[in-house]
Ligand binder design. Structure first.
Ligand SMILES: *Cc1c(COP(=O)(O)O)cnc(C)c1O
Length: 384
């Protein structure tokens, strides 16, 4: 089955079994517990909604299909998914993460899991061979994002997986920025794929959720155990909303990309713009790798204005259609200022080291008409 068919049908199969009513949309099963006819036999395999829920199960089946995975689990947020994955590890284990990892991930690593004895380093690696100097005896996981946030750096996923192969190191890819439509890390050799459902998967700024997809049975069983043990589950209503959002993923993603390419072209030629970051640009350092491992460059871009913090604020305040908001991946365009919003918790010195300047703007391009988006950006640029 091809991607768009799977997005619509997998997990959404009508129930023709006895008692089923053939719903073409998965019902929202709100029951917290499931009654039994026989004391020692759960009805339909369900006991208690934290350990298993029919709506969540339908979504998990659907999510597995999207990443060509055997197993998938849905969580109450992207960070709940990340928390659950970290519970696979033990005190003294070492994790190497890409340096401009999502701000919330960095905070969870440094301000929570460090207290439990996990060790993290943040490194600038785009190829597997650059990991050599960072790997220690206790390194258990490589944490990749590609493209990264907000500078859209590209990591060669296959090359990192090649490096970790046979080393007892798990390779995890946070695939939120590309969505499974444009990139499938498990096919490139990754052990675990993770998403913030909040972004492209749900796609309408109305669900906070996360998920994990993988192929290894033993590892999957452990994650399922932890999902129940830690209680980091996605609710039935949010599972339903996500299933609905995913049905149009294959329509939304090409439009996000098409609009992005037009906006990149416009911004690159504008005299008030210093630099544009987009993996689809041939001048982008990761362009060749992106071409190899992604089937499209996605809907996220960043750009630096000529000027300082004040200029950036004036530009943002002048926008009329595009909302100033954190988050990304939704049908509506969202723009933000990393230095004072998503990356405000990263110290200024650290930001400078990564390359996040005070005039950097991140844009999540929506599915509106590109002419309207470009006009909006144009009039705001004229005001600075
Ligand atoms: C948003 C995001 C997260 C966190 O997800 P939440 O749903 O907000 O908890 C993790 N990684 C990336 C790349 C994100 O964009």
């Amino acid at each position: 089955m091809k991607f768009s068919t799977k997005a619509v049908h997998v997990g959404n199969e009508p129930n023709f079994k006895k008692g089923g009513s053939g719903d073409v949309v998965i019902p929202i099963h709100l029951a917290t517990t499931f009654a039994r006819k026989k004391v020692n036999q759960p009805t339909g395999g369900y006991e208690y909604s934290r350990s298993g829920n029919p709506t969540r199960y339908a979504l998990e089946k659907n999510l597995a299909g999207l990443e060509n995975a055997e197993y998938a689990y849905a969580f109450s947020s992207g960070l709940a998914a990340i928390t659950t994955v970290l519970l696979l590890l033990k005190s003294n284990d070492h994790i190497i993460a890409i340096d401009d990892v999502y701000g919330g991930t960095r905070r969870l690593f440094n301000q929570v899991f460090k207290n439990f004895g996990l060790n993290f380093i943040f490194a600038n690696f785009s190829h597997g061979n650059q990991l050599k100097n960072h790997v220690r005896e206790n390194t258990k996981m490589i944490w990749i994002e590609s493209p990264t946030n907000p500078l859209l750096k590209i990591v060669d996923i296959a090359s990192v997986c090649q490096f970790t192969k046979g080393k007892n190191i798990l390779t995890l890819v946070d695939n939120t920025f590309s969505s499974p439509y444009f990139q499938k890390p498990l096919d490139l050799g990754a052990d675990i794929v993770l998403h913030s459902i909040t972004k492209y998967l749900a796609g309408h700024s109305d669900v906070v959720g996360g998920c994990v997809m993988l192929n290894d049975k033993k590892l999957a069983e452990r994650i399922k155990f932890l999902q129940n043990a830690a209680g980091t589950i996605l609710s039935p209503f949010d599972s339903y909303q996500t299933l609905k959002g995913i049905k149009t993923l294959s329509l939304r993603m090409p439009r996000h990309e098409e609009n992005s390419k037009k906006i990149v072209k416009f911004l690159s030629r504008h005299h008030k713009v210093k630099k544009v970051f987009y993996p689809g640009l041939v001048t982008h350092p990761g362009n060749q790798i992106a071409r190899k491992q992604m089937s499209g460059f996605g809907g996220m871009l960043s750009f630096e204005l000529k000027g300082d913090y004040k200029i950036a604020v004036k530009f943002l305040k002048s926008l009329k259609i595009i909302s100033i908001a954190e988050s990304l991946g939704a049908v509506e365009s969202l723009i933000e200022h990393p230095a004072s919003m998503t990356h405000a918790s990263v110290p200024k010195k650290e930001r400078a080291k990564i390359g996040i300047s005070d005039s950097l703007i991140r844009l999540s391009v929506g599915i509106e008409d590109s002419d309207d988006l470009i006009s909006d950006l144009k009039q705001a640029l004229e005001k600075i």
